[in-house]
Design a binder for this molecule. Structure first.
Ligand SMILES: [Zn+2]
Length: 458
């Protein structure tokens, strides 16, 4: 008698054997088999075929731990015309990203624990990837935040909150920073630019060009000085008060010299990241792409781009993120001051890093360290980010010899465009497992399962 359909499906999804694959993990590449059972990595080695098991042939392919993206803006709740937790997590998974940390500038801004919990609720129903959310902090809720048991939070951040209320960047308010840094026991992830310098520059260029400032001036308005001074001051305060500071999306070569690489990540009290677009684009690209590549902080010079990669390789920069921030094409294609900052990029972040590998600029092991291992260490995420027996089976398989071109038909972000349209990548994500479930299989999605919330290891 045939077994019931549900039983068969259960067996199919719960047990998988990946055969003969090159496993990129913890500084090594080893060819082995990997067996997944009940959502976890059960065993790694030369394994014999089990019965009633789904087999994935990994011959010639590479297996990474699922990417953990430490900075995204998935727009839900409140801004779901741009993207939502379902659409953007789907784009993430097609790009090999199995976990993400979302920023607090959704609407309403995530300034209370109730709003934070509500986001976790929505994500548990909609997100195909694993999820974590940062609590927003600014001058308005600082006193409430420091009363909380902050050590239990994944982190607090002011990122993006300045869009809803000017003058709310922590980096601009040394007194607020001092009070927060002295009292907050979680990671404090800040957007580091001095608004005062930015505003002075804006006024200069507005006087000259009115509303239609050429986009080429964006990195001169949101200048190196604005970034450097803010980052330097924040680090000084963090060191003085022994706070756990994380500088989001670093953009200048000058700032990279403010970070250390003489101690392991685990021991650092100040960490930083680079977003893929700041490694991929430079100010040369404004002519071609205009406001489509308007980001805050801005895409800067070739020298900055090279300096950021160098600092990533020598460990002054700890992780790679995307700052994935979908906007509609309408919202982007406006005059300089009106055009929104940010762009969708999560679906292509691993492809971008693998393109650097193809150019001989970075090793596969280093990519795994900066996109998988280190985000787990930095945010203290439990049982993820490594290919280890007993860990969650969050896994990404890539084909390093498969070319494809980004176009409107293969973009999964809700906004339906990308600054990378027309770009040909030489590598492809073929399979993505989330908690042992083969959620993405060569272009097809299994949407029967939802991601889990990220838990902290201590
Ligand atoms: Zn951001």
């Amino acid at each position: 008698m045939a077994r019931p359909e549900t039983d068969r499906q259960f067996t199919m999804t719960e047990k998988t054997l990946i055969k003969n694959i090159s496993i990129v993990n913890e500084g090594q590449i080893t060819v082995a088999d990997l067996f997944i059972e009940n959502g976890l990595i059960h065993s790694i080695g030369q394994l014999i075929d089990h019965k009633n098991v789904k087999i994935v042939d990994g011959t010639g392919k590479y297996l990474f731990p699922g990417i953990i993206d430490g900075q995204v803006h998935f727009r839900e709740p409140g801004l779901t015309h741009k993207g939502d937790l379902y659409t953007e997590s789907k784009a993430a998974i097609a790009g090999g990203v199995t976990s993400f940390i979302d920023m607090p500038n959704t609407l309403p801004n995530v300034l209370t624990i109730d709003i934070l919990n509500e986001k976790y609720q929505i994500a548990s129903k909609k997100s195909l990837a694993n999820f974590g959310f940062l609590l927003g902090v600014n001058g308005d809720n600082l006193d409430e935040i420091i009363k909380l048991e902050t050590s239990k939070l994944l982190g607090v951040s002011d990122d993006g909150l300045y869009f809803t209320k000017k003058g709310n960047l922590l980096a601009d308010n040394p007194e607020t920073m001092e009070k927060l840094f002295a009292n907050c026991k979680s990671i404090i992830a800040i957007h580091s630019e001095k608004e005062q310098i930015v505003e002075e520059n804006e006024n200069i260029y507005r006087e000259k060009y009115g509303e239609n400032v050429p986009i080429e001036f964006h990195p001169i308005i949101r200048s190196e000085k604005a970034c450097y001074e803010a980052t330097k001051r924040a680090i000084d305060i963090a060191n003085k008060l022994k706070a756990r500071l994380h500088i989001l999306h670093l953009t200048t070569e000058a700032e990279t010299h403010l970070f250390r690489n003489d101690i392991p990540l685990k021991e650092k009290n100040v960490t930083t990241e680079v977003s893929v677009h700041h490694l991929w684009f430079s100010d040369k690209d404004y002519k071609r792409l205009g406001t489509l590549i308007k980001w805050n902080p801005a895409i800067k010079t070739e020298k900055d781009k090279k300096g950021l990669l160098k600092a990533l390789l020598d460990d002054r920069i700890d992780i790679v993120t995307t700052d994935h921030a979908p906007h509609t094409l309408d919202e982007k294609q406006k005059s300089y001051f009106q055009s929104m900052s940010g762009a969708p990029i999560i679906q292509h972040s691993l492809n971008i890093m693998l393109e650097f590998f193809k150019q001989g600029l970075i090793s596969l092991e280093k990519i795994a360290e900066k996109m998988c291992h280190n985000p787990a260490i930095l945010y203290g995420i439990e049982n993820r980010g490594f290919i280890r027996e007993g860990y969650y089976a969050d896994l990404t398989i890539v084909d390093l010899n498969s070319s494809w071109t980004v176009d409107k038909n293969n973009i999964l972000s809700k906004c339906g465009w990308s600054p990378l349209e027309g770009t040909t990548f030489q590598t492809k994500v073929t399979h993505t497992f989330v908690n042992g479930n083969l959620t993405y299989d060569k272009g097809n999605f299994d949407e029967t399962k939802r991601g889990l919330s990220l838990s902290k290891s201590n």
